[in-house]
Write a protein that binds this ligand. Structure first.
Ligand code: FES
Length: 291
């Protein structure tokens, strides 16, 4: 059985034209990478951080023409994240490994179209949105697989279904491995503590912008009562907020959400659904550090 599969796999690559092979290789490798990238991202399944699926879904809910779907998915964000991770990995692997090829190509097209509606709908000009290009690539690959067949058939035969199930299992193990690896590599809070600015260089009443450990832009405040900091990523659709010292507010330039940094960054006005993410900072020795 393995021998038959391997000779079929070899034949699948040999029988395709160089251009289709290139598309297949690109799609396969990129989607495996996409799945692994999410599996090894410590913030992806969490509720905080710029790459958190929960925050991403919140953004889609407010901006996508199918936002009503995402609104229902926000409370199941962890499950959605696991499904996305597994699907990307499995679709990439199945594409390279010639498992249920037409079914997988159609699934890739459907997923890319969904991502286009969710994430790149508002990108202007449209050609800057990568999901549009991926949807077209998947569609071209799917049509190439159909060839001259008149009937569009994406059904699975028994063998294809068994291989897909095995692949699903393999993808699950791979993504679980990725999650476990990133957890074991995660440093302790003490190791992660990041020096932001010397306390002596930040007078009381001043602010200081910095890149948080997660990579997102952040802003630090020093008052007579101590130090505190927030992510500058707006909780509406992820634009970067700016501080207006005269008014003592943080304002998002995209849809004017306004936050009060002296009251937990709560929303004062605008469409933002939640306060800005708080970032843990404290004074350690002569430095102000992020924990
Ligand atoms: S992104 Fe819309 S208010 Fe900030």
């Amino acid at each position: 059985m393995v021998k038959t599969y391997l000779s079929g796999l070899r034949a699948s690559w040999r029988s395709q034209s160089p251009s289709i092979r290139l598309i297949r290789l690109w799609l396969g490798v990129t989607w495996i990478y996409g799945g692994l990238d999410k599996a090894t991202d410590p913030h992806f399944l969490g509720k905080t951080g710029a790459t958190s699926i929960s925050r991403v879904l919140t953004g889609y809910a407010g901006s996508s023409p199918i936002g009503f779907i995402f609104r229902h998915l926000i409370e199941r964000s962890t499950l959605v994240g696991i499904v996305v991770m597994l699907s990307e990995f499995a679709i990439g692997l199945a594409t390279l490994a010639w498992i249920a090829p037409t079914f997988i190509a159609f699934t890739g097209f459907t997923m890319s179209t969904g991502l286009w509606l969710a994430a790149t709908w508002h990108v202007k000009p449209y050609f800057l949105g990568s999901d549009t290009a991926y949807a077209i690539l998947w569609l071209a690959y799917f049509l190439a697989l159909l060839g001259k067949r008149r009937r569009i058939d994406i059904s699975l035969d028994r063998r294809g279904a068994i291989r897909l199930s095995l692949l699903g299992l393999g993808s699950g193990l791979a993504t679980l491995g990725g999650q476990l690896t990133q957890r074991s590599l995660k440093a302790s809070p003490e190791q992660l503590a990041k020096q932001i600015v010397r306390e002596a260089d930040l007078a009381v009443g001043q602010t200081h912008e910095f890149a948080a450990i997660s990579g997102q832009p952040a802003i630090l405040f020093r008052t007579a009562n101590g130090v505190f900091a927030y992510s500058e990523i707006c909780t509406h659709q992820g634009c970067t907020v700016a501080y207006f010292p005269k008014e003592k507010v943080l304002v998002c330039p995209c849809h004017q959400a306004t936050y009060d940094p002296f009251d937990g960054a709560k929303v004062l006005s605008g469409p933002a659904p939640a306060p800005l993410e708080k970032i843990r900072v404290e004074v350690k020795g002569e430095w102000i550090v992020q924990l």
